[in-house]
Design a binder for this molecule. Structure first.
Ligand SMILES: CC(C)(COP(=O)(O)OP(=O)(O)OC[C@H]1O[C@@H](n2cnc3c(N)ncnc32)[C@H](O)[C@@H]1OP(=O)(O)O)[C@@H](O)C(=O)NCCC(=O)NCCS
Length: 186
């Protein structure tokens, strides 16, 4: 658990979920994802994505969480799961130093309080501590998330036009980012 260093988000804590907590938190994780889609975020789903569908999507990640290939964090504020982020370790033998940052989302009711920044920092910290030296992600161009990654020192290396549709079905440009990270403790 990582305490809030800046005090911006009240009593919120960032917590990595073990396999059992992940199972317990499936409905809460689903609610965060559905809230993002309802808000128009391009996070892989189309309008109509509901809590049962989102719960099933998260549940399909359970084996990866149990095996350690997928790390999932939540931001918990007063008992409410207010945000999440995932780190997927590359499984190719020649890319064991690499991981992808996935599914960063914060409930609309809890945005603008530094939770996403803290979730991202937690994922980066664990990545460094587990030998990852290269992180990658993609996000909708000109989104709030793009600003977050740029401010967090990520490098945008390209934009693919009309790569993924937003929830209403409109194709949106996608920005691709990487960040190299130093070994933990250096
Ligand atoms: C992107 C998202 C996770 C940001 O969550 P958040 O907790 O509100 O973000 P933070 O409060 O930690 O903000 C950190 C930085 O992000 C950027 N940011 C956040 N919201 C922003 C907005 N509405 N417009 C522009 N920049 C924004 C800023 O650079 C901010 O730094 P600053 O406060 O120093 O200006 C949230 O808007 C969200 O869940 N969006 C929908 C899902 C999504 O698009 N996820 C990205 C998938 S790759």
């Amino acid at each position: 658990m990582i305490e809030n260093p800046r005090g911006r988000a009240g009593a919120a804590v960032i917590e990595r979920l073990d396999a059992a907590s992940f199972e317990e938190q499936l409905p809460a994780l689903a609610a965060v994802l559905v809230d993002a889609v309802d808000d128009g975020a391009s996070v892989g789903f189309l309008a109509g994505f509901d809590v049962p569908a989102a719960t099933a999507w998260w549940r399909a990640r359970s084996p990866a969480v149990g095996a350690g290939g997928l790390a999932v964090w939540v931001a918990r504020d007063d008992g409410v799961v207010a945000g999440t982020i995932s780190l997927a370790y590359a499984d190719k033998p020649n890319q064991r130093h690499r991981a992808d940052v996935l599914k960063l989302a914060v409930l609309r009711t809890h945005r603008g309080r530094g939770l996403a920044r803290r979730l991202l920092a937690a994922a980066e910290h664990t990545a460094a501590a587990t030998g990852v030296r290269l992180l990658m992600l993609d996000t909708e161009t000109a989104s709030a998330a793009e600003s977050l990654y740029q401010r967090a020192g990520w490098h945008r290396y390209g934009i693919v036009p009309a790569m993924a549709a937003d929830p209403s079905g409109v194709p949106r440009d996608c920005s691709f980012f990487y960040k190299t990270i130093a070994a933990a403790g250096r």
